[in-house]
Design a protein. Structure first.
Length: 95
């Protein structure tokens, strides 16, 4: 396996794959880059992605940070929904 530069085409593949599966934030696209310059997608992996040893720690940190961010966003959204429901309940009781 050889690391190559992430091109706009590869970014598109990852974004499109994420959308196909409901908006996944963490995934990998395994592809082959041939000697003739062609690219072929082999498979798309979800959280069972294999990480290259030379980048594994950095990749795991990025995943950790993203998961924490998404959990914080979910918590904030849940708090807002709860507050809104409480306000609606109070308004219903006062009518």
């Amino acid at each position: 396996m050889q690391e190559i530069e992430v091109t706009e085409e590869f970014k598109f593949w990852a974004e499109a794959a994420g959308e196909l599966f409901g908006g996944m934030d963490i995934l990998t696209v395994d592809a082959v880059h041939t000697k003739s310059g062609e690219n072929y997608i082999l498979e798309i992996n979800d959280c069972a992605s294999g990480l290259a040893a030379e980048n594994e720690i950095e990749d795991m940190r990025h995943m950790r940070d993203l998961v924490i961010q998404r959990l914080q966003e979910a918590e904030e959204a849940a708090k807002k929904r709860k507050q809104q429901a409480q306000q609606e309940q109070k308004q219903g009781e006062s009518e």
